[in-house]
Design a protein around this ligand. Structure first.
Ligand SMILES: Cc1cc2nc3c(=O)[nH]c(=O)nc-3n(C[C@H](O)[C@H](O)[C@H](O)COP(=O)(O)OP(=O)(O)OC[C@H]3O[C@@H](n4cnc5c(N)ncnc54)[C@H](O)[C@@H]3O)c2cc1C
Length: 229
């Protein structure tokens, strides 16, 4: 399938939100949390990279949140694309989806690891067994809390949703949580071990958080994760 870029805007330095559509289908079917693989032949080499869908199912449109890896093989090409350009995509895939039936849950993301949770958090509350959901989101600066409005709006409409951004390089005016996501896990769990925990981001963070959860008494089946590298 080919997807066409409808529009994009930069949501932080070197982080871009893309809106795409797939003209050949009326509906792109996927579960919140799944990814699409983008493919292109560059310098004679076929490159394929998966990207989490950052939007709810909505006709043939979908959204992505990408960060530019300057020395990367693919992202410089994607960041040079303009509205109207097309790229080949796979059908949506992946098992990083909210379990059915849903339990009380903790979502943990850093950086563009927030992408699947922008789709999964509203999806979580559409499930009949939705309970309490906390989203712990680590970024460096207050100005780069991606999708802050979306999550704050969800927190206003869903009494059992807590949005906890934490800043690793907070300036002195910030009164919220500071430091890495790892520092706030025990506060989010409050002594409980009956949550499902979903983690998304780079390997180093995902592995460290899994270690903390296992030490806290979590079974590996309660820990669902997506590693970007
Ligand atoms: C299931 C899945 C979903 C993903 N979803 C997203 C997404 O929604 N948004 C997104 O920006 N990326 C996502 N990624 C990562 C993406 O597939 C690419 O690996 C990334 O865009 C780098 O591609 P590249 O060819 O430019 O860099 P490569 O030439 O492949 O170089 C990758 C190197 O860049 C570094 N790096 C820095 N930032 C990242 C990053 N975000 N991801 C991976 N490596 C990074 C790593 O150290 C890695 O060694 C996802 C990966 C997986 C496996």
């Amino acid at each position: 399938m080919k997807a066409t870029i409808v529009e994009f805007h930069d949501i932080a330095p070197e982080v871009r939100h893309f809106v795409l559509e797939v003209p050949e289908v009326e509906q792109l079917h996927f579960k919140p949390g799944q990814f699409v693989s983008l493919k292109e032949t560059l310098n004679g080499k076929k490159i394929t990279r998966p990207y989490s869908i950052a939007s709810q199912p909505d006709g043939n449109r979908f959204e992505l949140c990408l960060n530019l890896v300057h020395e990367g093989a693919f992202t410089p090409y994607l960041f040079a694309m303009k509205p109207g350009d097309s790229v080949e995509i796979s059908a949506p895939l992946g098992f990083f989806v909210v379990r059915d039936p849903a339990k009380d849950a903790l979502f943990i993301a850093t950086g563009t690891g927030i992408a699947p949770f922008r789709s999964m958090a509203p999806g979580y509350f559409a499930q009949p067994h939705a309970g309490q959901l906390t989203l712990l989101f680590g970024v460096r600066h207050e100005s780069t809390i991606y999708y802050r409005d979306d999550f704050e709006t969800l927190a206003r409409t869903q009494a059992t949703f807590r949005f906890w951004p934490t800043l690793s390089r907070a300036d002195s005016s910030w009164t919220g949580r500071a430091g890495h996501v790892q520092n706030h896990i025990s506060e989010a769990l409050a002594g409980r071990t009956d949550f499902d925990v979903y983690i998304c981001g780079l390997k180093a963070m995902v592995d460290e958080v899994r270690g903390i959860l296992k030490e806290s008494g979590f079974d590996r089946k309660q820990i669902i994760f997506e590693k970007y590298d």
